[in-house]
Design a protein around this ligand. Structure first.
Ligand SMILES: [Ca+2]
Length: 485
């Protein structure tokens, strides 16, 4: 029997391997880099291209002109849940991270409900976008905020080759080097690791940008995933004096935004985006780099009294409320995607999307399928990025915040096309809004639309069951004051 036709000579094998190697190299060279810039607590209307008046964001506005700007992008309502869902492609309720890490340890004991259980650490059973990209040959780097667990769950354990600054803390003690001190967070001695060598007057947003540029410079020919997770403009509200002076001088009655220090923080964030884009240009990488800009939750509408300010940090108008809440001001965020050869220029997309969609969208670059058991809580947005006027095959988006915050009591919500239903868990109160006619959620239609209420409430309950969402429990020690209504 002649096996000759099945046998390869060593020389043929060598040529085959060489060709395969070239193919792999070619594929790697073509793999686009990813720069994901995530702002912390930046509100939906905080950017020039989203209608801000006091704030100035020319570089981010330019990025929007070069790609697609989403007007109805959603996140979770606070930090850690958004970051967990973005990195895993799963809903935060399914991952069981529904409040920021520190908040999971202890909730209020003087309210009608005990908050739901929420994990402090992102479990290692989850597969992150970083691990998938790492396995596909990417250099993966986190620069900035992590907020998904203690040291044994730091970015290095979740697929990141490089971690600069990531800890379990959700905010820096201060934006000024050496980024540490005492007092602001009770007895906690917060610091930002890996930034020990700096100089007095150095500002955190600038420093993180320097570190990000270094990653771009050092990547060489390796495709990279740079997750630049800025702390700005989260509290403490601190900014560079010259910028604060600039915005103080610009303040006048009638402006939507009124906090000059916050405006200055947003300017530094904008400059960071400008510097990253400039460096990509200088290194000839712009044509092969996907740049995404987003925020992790709605703008913070309280005041930062510890920084000596009396005006609210920001205002998400025309949207209602802010960070923590499931009204639009708490969950709708800016999202801009610039993907060369995919996104058209100056495009606006009005289709509702959510940050965890990015996991499924960017995951396609790994050319591997995620585990078949991975729930499809998010969708691949590629078709929408190519044609921003298109729609997605998705009936509804769900939200779950079974915790307290100054803007809310424990609550769940569903958005189905133009309808939005909120269910407050203390008393099962329902509110219903039509976002097409009432984007500010001012007119509760629950009493007028009983059928719609029943339909959406049932969908919300079914969804919670399907993801095994943790719920708050009655507080037996809570007694309503006899004087209260
Ligand atoms: Ca946040």
């Amino acid at each position: 029997m002649n096996h000759g036709s099945f046998r390869r000579s060593p020389r043929t094998l060598l040529i085959g391997l060489f060709a395969t190697g070239l193919f792999v190299l070619a594929a790697q060279a073509a793999a686009p880099n990813i720069v994901l810039i995530l702002a912390d607590d930046l509100g939906w209307s905080d950017l020039g291209c989203y209608g801000a008046d006091l704030h100035e964001t020319p570089h981010i506005d330019q990025l929007a002109r070069e790609g697609v700007r989403f007007t109805q992008a959603y996140a979770m309502s606070v930090c850690s849940p958004s970051r967990a869902s973005l990195l895993t492609g799963k809903h935060a309720a399914r991952v069981h991270i529904t409040i920021w890490s520190e908040g999971s340890r202890e909730g209020p004991t003087d309210r009608p409900l005990f908050q739901a259980d929420s994990l402090h650490d992102l479990p290692h059973t989850e597969t992150t976008l970083a691990s998938r990209l790492h396995d596909a040959g990417y250099l993966t780097a986190l620069v900035g905020k992590w907020h998904l667990g203690d040291a044994d769950h730091f970015p290095e354990t979740h697929g990141f080759d490089v971690n600069i600054g990531g800890t379990h803390w959700g905010a820096p003690q201060t934006y000024w080097w050496p980024y540490r001190g005492r007092g602001r967070f009770g007895n906690e001695f917060r610091y930002v690791p890996h930034l020990e060598f700096g100089h007095p007057g150095e500002y955190l947003t600038d420093r993180l940008t320097n570190e990000a540029l270094r990653i771009i410079d050092q990547a060489g020919d390796q495709p990279f995933f740079l997750y630049l997770a800025h702390h700005a403009p989260h509290t403490p509200i601190e900014a560079k004096a010259a910028d604060v002076d600039h915005f103080e001088a610009k303040l006048k009655p009638g402006l939507h935004h009124r906090n000059a220090v916050y405006a200055a923080m947003v300017r530094s964030l904008d400059e960071s985006v400008g510097r990253v884009m400039e460096r990509l240009d200088e290194r000839g990488l712009s044509r092969n780099t996907i740049v995404i800009f987003a925020s992790d939750n709605g703008g913070y509408i309280g005041t930062d009294r510890k920084s000596g300010q009396s005006v609210p940090v920001t205002d998400n108008a025309p949207l209602r409320s802010g960070k923590g809440s499931l009204y639009e001001g708490g969950i709708r965020v800016p999202l801009i995607v610039r993907w060369p050869d995919v996104t058209p220029r100056e495009a606006v997309c009005r289709e509702p999307v959510v940050l965890m969609d990015l996991f499924h969208t960017l995951g396609r670059l790994t050319q591997t399928s995620p585990s078949p058991t991975l729930p499809r809580d998010g969708l691949d947005l590629l078709s929408l990025l190519r044609k921003p006027s298109g729609t997605l095959d998705r009936d509804a988006l769900f939200f779950h915040y079974p915790h307290y915050y100054p803007t809310t009591t424990p609550v769940g919500a569903v958005r189905a096309r133009d309808w939005k239903l909120l269910e407050y868990f203390e008393d099962n109160r329902i509110e219903l809004y039509n976002l097409a006619t009432d984007p500010g959620e001012q007119t509760d239609l629950a009493g007028q639309e009983p059928d719609k209420v029943e339909e959406l409430r049932q969908r919300l309950h079914d969804w919670r069951t399907s993801v095994q969402a943790a719920m708050p429990k009655p507080n037996p020690g809570f007694h309503k004051s006899p004087a209260s209504p």
